[in-house]
Design a protein around this ligand. Structure first.
Ligand code: NAI
Ligand code: MG
Length: 485
């Protein structure tokens, strides 16, 4: 794998820093150091924001078609470099080489979607008596963006593509656990964008992240991560009256009706829903509601499916479940597993798995608990391959329980009855409802959360509204006759 031994912040088109402090990018499965990265602090953030501020007027005035052309180049570069970046991510974060190419396909789709969408992102205008009414959409200025570690390529694309397409300049802080592929992308961004348009400040949340959210010249904030930090960002935005978009945690219900036709296929899709991304996804379908009538047969098949999921080295193409991002996350997940053993019925899994040669990695066996909706493991986001199964019989009770969590990001429904699907979809408090296929993400379809899962929508045309503000320009043909004289 070819990476640099050290990565510097990208500020004003250059790789530069004021500090010698660094932090390691470590291979998740082995603990081996892959590279060091500058630990950005206030000085780097201030310089990056100043560069973004200086670059803003020219970038905002750049024709949308030209901004789109550069985003299309980013997509092409990602396509050409996918194999290399997949290996970097697999080592850096422990996700599998089987799964990661899909992250890149999705990221590439985002750059292409927003390159196209910005060309049709019109304001409004009309001829009115005696003149014209024009509503223009204008970018905010410097956008501060903070992302998490679970799907770095996707997160970078969700943030950069719409913000840049709309004519904002950006200061992006990647997650301290997963910066490497973003820093690699940064080398290409520095080649093609005018200096200052995209700046990357790797570092820690309380340091670089806090400096970015507090900076008086940042005109909009966008964040993906835990609901806890989301609240901190929202407070920072409130203090300076700048808009904030948030994509936060989830504890999504996945509902199986008794009328499903192909049980094996549904079992497979629900197992995938709970364990893709090693369970470290805000979208994960972690509360599985299985109908009473089919419960015993479904559970037998599901248990078998979980036991067949191959756990191993992220770099082995046969592996379906790699390791968790870090020891901290591993301990957090295992604590929830212990809680589950006390409050629920452990069906399978429930232990750390040793993978020879990868002793530092936190591999967790795919785990199923039978429980009720009011337990901690059913209510709190675990972010590991841990599924809570809840047996249901009465439709209204099930709907009440499906909605009875603080989150509202995603949801799933399996049924052969279209009316059933639509009536259930109408009642779910969630930004996403997937019928018969979990994580069916399409470029352009709105993505975001109800309740504590966030504010705003990404991936869609409306995202461009989030990154622009409206200005009304009213033109009168002539000055009106005097009122007072
Ligand atoms: P986190 O929310 O602390 O980290 C996400 C990002 O926020 C990182 O870039 C971090 O540096 C930054 N950050 C942290 N504190 C900050 C602050 N005070 N000011 C500005 N930026 C700050 O998430 P963490 O601790 O890595 O994971 C904890 C839990 O959060 C996970 O177990 C999971 O439940 C949830 N989570 C949800 C994600 C999602 O996609 N919705 C992604 C990552 C975590
Ligand atoms: Mg790492």
């Amino acid at each position: 794998m070819t990476t640099d031994s050290h990565y510097l912040p990208l500020i004003n088109g250059e790789f530069t820093a004021f500090t010698d402090e660094t932090f390691p990018a470590a291979e998740a499965a082995t603990g081996k150091q892959l590279a060091t990265i500058t630990r950005s602090g206030k000085a780097e953030v201030n310089a990056a924001v100043a560069a973004a501020k200086a670059a803003f007027p020219a970038w905002a005035a750049t024709p949308a078609a030209e901004r789109a052309r550069l985003l299309l180049k980013v997509a092409d570069w990602l396509e050409e470099n996918t194999a290399r970046l997949v290996e970097i991510d697999a080592r850096d974060i422990g996700r599998t080489v089987f799964e990661l190419p899909q992250d890149y396909r999705q990221a590439i789709g985002q750059y292409r979607f927003f390159a196209a969408a910005i060309l049709t992102h019109d304001g409004w205008n009309n001829v009115v008596p005696g003149g014209w009414a024009i509503a223009k959409r204008e970018p905010y200025g410097v956008v501060g963006q903070i992302i998490p570690w679970n799907v770095p390529a996707i997160m970078v694309s969700f943030k950069l593509a719409p913000a840049l397409a709309a004519g904002n300049t950006v200061v992006l802080k990647p997650d301290e656990n997963a910066s490497l592929s973003t820093m690699e992308l940064g080398r290409y961004l520095a080649e093609i964008f005018p200096p200052g348009v995209v700046n990357i400040v790797p570092g820690f949340g309380e340091e670089a992240g806090a400096a970015l959210t507090a900076h008086p010249d940042v005109a909009k904030l966008a964040f993906t991560g835990s609901s806890e930090v989301g609240r901190i960002i929202a407070h920072a935005g409130a203090a300076r009256l700048v808009p904030v978009s948030l994509e936060l945690g989830g504890k999504s219900p996945n509902i199986v009706f008794p009328d499903i036709e192909d049980m094996d296929a549904v079992v497979d899709n629900t197992a995938f829903a709970a364990t893709f991304c090693n369970g470290q996804s805000c979208l994960a379908g972690t509360r599985l509601f299985v109908h009473d009538e089919i419960y015993p047969e479904f559970m037998a098949k599901l248990t078998d499916a979980f036991q067949r999921i191959q756990v191993g080295s992220p770099l082995d193409p046969a592996t379906r479940l790699g390791c968790l991002i870090s020891e901290k996350q591993g301990e957090r997940v295992m604590q929830y597993v212990e809680t589950g053993k006390n409050e629920a019925n452990l069906v399978t899994g429930g232990q750390r798995v040793e993978v020879p040669g990868h002793e530092a990695g936190w591999f967790v066996a795919p785990t199923i608990f039978e429980t009720t909706n009011n337990t901690r493991i059913a209510q709190e986001e675990i972010f590991g391959p841990v599924l809570s199964v809840i047996r249901w019989k009465d439709f209204d009770t099930m709907i009440h329980e499906a909605n009875d969590v603080v989150y509202g990001l995603a949801s799933g429904i399996y049924t052969s009855n279209l009316r059933n699907a639509m009536r259930t979809a109408d009642r779910l408090e969630a930004g996403q409802v997937w019928v018969n296929q979990y994580v069916n993400l399409v470029d352009g379809s709105p993505f975001g959360g109800y309740k504590d899962s966030g504010l705003g929508r990404e991936v869609c045309k409306e995202t461009l509204d989030m990154y622009t503000q409206l200005k009304s320009v009213m033109l009168a043909e002539q000055v009106p006759p005097p009122f007072y004289v």
